[in-house]
Design a protein. Structure first.
Ligand SMILES: [Zn+2]
Length: 89
């Protein structure tokens, strides 16, 4: 997920919206796949190439090799990115 401070949800917004955080076991190739996808999204942002909108979380299932997208809403009262927080402004 591309996070734009004070414009999109942050990681805290995402994690605090989850009832439970499920961290399934991963095989060794997973960090490589996710890292390449993150680098690709960062390059598209830096080169101003339109791609997946900011604030949309991409979930990759390495077992079924499928991608799923879901929008993550920014919490305006978030202690990290909320309107009251001045960090990264
Ligand atoms: Zn936040």
């Amino acid at each position: 997920m591309l996070i734009l401070p004070h414009k999109t949800a942050c990681l805290y917004c995402f994690l605090s919206s989850c009832e439970t955080v499920y961290a399934p076991p991963v095989i060794g190739t997973t960090p490589g796949v996710i890292g390449v996808m993150q680098a690709n999204e960062a390059l598209k942002f830096l080169l101003n190439i339109k791609g997946i909108p900011p604030g949309v979380l991409i979930l990759w299932d390495g077992i079924t090799v499928t991608l799923e997208k879901c929008a993550v809403e920014r919490d305006l009262a978030c202690p990290v990115c909320g309107d009251e927080c001045t960090a990264f402004k």
